[in-house]
Design a protein around this ligand. Structure first.
Ligand code: ZN
Length: 463
């Protein structure tokens, strides 16, 4: 049991019918009028109440949402939770991707089970407090002693009461064979595939209300062999789970693919059987017009990570064109060694501004950026029961107040979330259960988490 949580938390109860009444404003991620709020029942949104209307049936609890901007729970599509232990680390603070990775790999190779538990708790708690209800993590480090990394993460997700798509990542192409990571961090293909199958069988839930899902996630072209890419795709097909990897993040990676495989990144992706709607890609920056058309036609999804892309100076993803071509687009904060925050509402703000630089202000509204963080991200993860406020969708909701100085003088409450820089939700609900109340996570010792996590971080970089 993780000592940071109340030893025996009372089972949260949920009322039969709860009306979140008359919010200050609502972003539904669709065309519905929810001005009168929503009714939550049985873990789902039972009713969307129009402006000035009352619910069709009586409710046994009413929450006055007059101070709150209501949105679907935000969804993060790309992260590396363990990297919260190497935030703002001076040796890589000003580095680009390949040197950044080469400096960090030996540090990350020392990760212990307790480190990962703390890092996962820190990342998820920070996400939850920012209005995030579902998070994907890409974990690809399994040094000796950390074989149960994903099992550890499953426990933390359950303790926080969030949803997660945890990916069984992998690295199999070490320095000795022309890859980027040190040999000590790579695993044999047989081990990777057997553990992938074990995790799907142990934890992957199906259905609209799934809490934990497992996906397969070889790390990147420069750290994984062709064999593992191809066999992961075949296994994902057999087990009917999703596929995830990094692709086209930097021009260094493009050069690597040309030298190692004689192919551009999308040609390589297709050659290993990954150009499918089952796949979502972290970053997806350096694509030409024809590649964007092919990705869109295949329905391959993109996790856009604007802060990381700016921090590492990797480039600007062509998100509007990818979306127009047919690729689902969502947002990811990316790992905390390249962001270094795990804050989804701030990430939506970053996406708004970065994409405006490419396409112009009128092409990227605040609603469009919030749409990527909600409905778009839900599509990226194959979770269409999440990410919007509509009858029958899961009751995963975020509520923000505009009481701070930064919002004073603002007029449009939904636009104010991004333009004034909201960074913390006041209330967050997952599956009809409050998981953030008055800006706090009930049952979590946040002070203890910060103390233990900071100490683990210092120890990790000292070696
Ligand atoms: Zn990443």
């Amino acid at each position: 049991m993780n000592s940071l949580f109340t030893p025996e938390p009372a089972t949260p109860t949920r009322p039969h019918r709860l009306w979140l009444k008359n919010p200050l404003a609502v972003f539904t991620a669709n065309e519905l009028d929810a001005g009168g709020g929503v009714v939550v029942s049985g873990g789902v949104i039972a009713e969307v109440v129009g402006t000035g209307k009352a619910p069709a049936a009586p409710c046994d609890e009413v929450f006055d949402a007059g101070r709150h901007v209501l949105t679907p729970g935000l969804i993060n599509t790309h992260h590396h939770f363990y990297q919260t232990l190497t935030r703002a680390w001076a040796p890589v603070a000003d580095a680009e991707l390949f040197p950044w990775l080469k400096t960090l790999y030996p540090v990350w190779a020392r990760l212990t089970p307790r480190d990962l538990e703390l890092a996962t708790t820190a990342a998820l708690a920070e996400l939850l407090l920012s209005g995030c209800t579902t998070a994907a993590d890409h974990h690809y480090l399994f040094p000796r002693g950390l074989e149960d990394a994903i099992d550890i993460q499953v426990q933390v997700v359950r303790q926080l009461g969030m949803r997660a798509t945890l990916t069984r990542g992998s690295m199999s192409l070490g320095e000795d064979d022309g890859g980027l990571p040190p040999q000590s961090t790579v695993q044999d293909p047989e081990v990777i595939l057997a553990d992938s199958e074990r995790l799907v069988s142990a934890y992957h839930e199906r259905g609209d209300d799934a809490v934990i899902q497992i996906a397969l996630a070889p790390c990147s072209p420069f750290s994984v062999t062709r064999e593992v890419m191809m066999e992961s795709a075949a296994l994902a097909e057999k087990l009917d789970v999703r596929l995830h990897t990094h692709l086209a993040e930097t021009l260094d990676e493009e050069d690597f693919c040309k030298e190692m495989f004689g192919l551009r990144t999308v040609d390589y992706l297709e050659s290993v059987g990954w150009l499918t709607p089952r796949t979502w890609l972290g970053h997806g920056i350096h694509f030409d017009d024809a590649e964007i058309a092919r990705l869109g036609a295949a329905g391959t999804a993109i996790a856009h990570c604007p802060t990381s892309n700016m921090r590492l100076a990797s480039g600007t993803a062509r998100i509007l064109e990818l979306e127009a071509a047919g690729s689902p687009v969502g947002l990811g904060v990316d790992g905390s060694a390249s962001n270094d925050a795990s804050n989804m509402i701030q990430e939506a703000r970053q996406a708004l501004y970065l994409q405006r630089l490419r396409y112009g202000a009128s092409a990227v509204s605040c609603e469009r950026a919030l749409g990527w963080a909600t409905r778009g991200s839900a599509r990226v993860l194959g979770r269409e029961s999440l990410g919007e406020i509509a009858p029958g969708r899961q009751a995963d909701l975020a509520m923000f107040t505009l009481d701070e100085l930064r919002f004073s003088g603002s007029h449009d409450p939904v636009a104010a979330l991004l333009l004034c820089g909201a960074d913390r939700a006041d209330r967050v609900m997952v599956g009809g259960v409050w998981r953030v109340v008055d800006g706090q996570i009930p049952g979590l010792d946040l002070g203890g988490l910060i103390a233990d996590h900071s100490q683990a971080a210092r120890k990790l970089v000292q070696g």
